[in-house]
Write a protein that binds this ligand. Sequence first.
Ligand SMILES: [Zn+2]
Length: 325
Amino acid sequence: MAPSFDRHRRLRGHAGLRDMVRESHVRVTDFIYPLFVTHEQGRHPVLSMPGVDHLSLDELRRETHTLSELGIPAMMIFGIPAVKDERSSEAYAKEGIVQQAVRVVKAENPHMLVSTDVCLCQYNPAGHCGIVRGDQIVNDESLELIAATALSHVQAGADMVAPSDMMDGRIAAIRSVLDGAGYVQTPILSYAVKYASAFYGPFREAAHSAPAFGDRRTYQMDPANVREALREARSDVSEGADLLMVKPALAYMDVIRAIREEFDLPLAAYNVSGEYAMVKAAAERGWIDERAIVMELLTGLKRAGADVLITYFAKDAARYLRESV
Ligand SMILES: [Zn+2]
């Protein structure tokens, strides 16, 4: 009697065959590595994110070299300004920290794909992503400053801008300002779907951007919502976004899948600081196999539908990928 069941294990018996039939792949070219640049000298560890440092401009130059050696093609620059003011002036100053950082990276490696985080929260004392009036974060007035910030990054040499503020209409505002200045070819990577998440905790230490009052729930999304994510993405697509992002990643794989199925733009997943810190903390205690966990998580994001992985694990994963060849 022939057995009346399927032999799924036939495809798992040989390592070469397993590699051949694998459906999702993490590649070093998927990575955007986020980094934090300051006016201070040297390299200062972010305590809750082992392996991640605040970088001076000199250290940024070294880091660019390291990333290039590892084959990591892209970075996302976050700035920590020397001064904060109500108008978030350093966000769009010609000699602001991000603008200087872009020039340093481009001088070190002109081929590095330099994207910049575009937001105001690091740059004003309230620590909110838009302009504050009383206890309100006002939308429309913020757009002008956000667009000015994006333009100043591009004028400094950035290849791509990534607005993370979650103000309505910012993609249209940025597109219009960039086009008006002749930067019609510069793509916008939109943080289209950004949740008000507890997973950002370590980042706020890293970016010195914790809100001074209230929280970000009047502009970032409720973690319970996925239909709203489709509405957010639809708006950004119609306003001119070139790539979409879902942030955070690991608790939102269904959202990544939903956006993947509904839209045909390239999709990035931001594997955020809290997700990184949890893995590092457990690995330090010897509770998990860090390398295996990191690759499983990143593969999961690709399987869920992400094309681009924005991750603090990029350097580690690039080494793992190199060693596994
Ligand atoms: Zn912000």
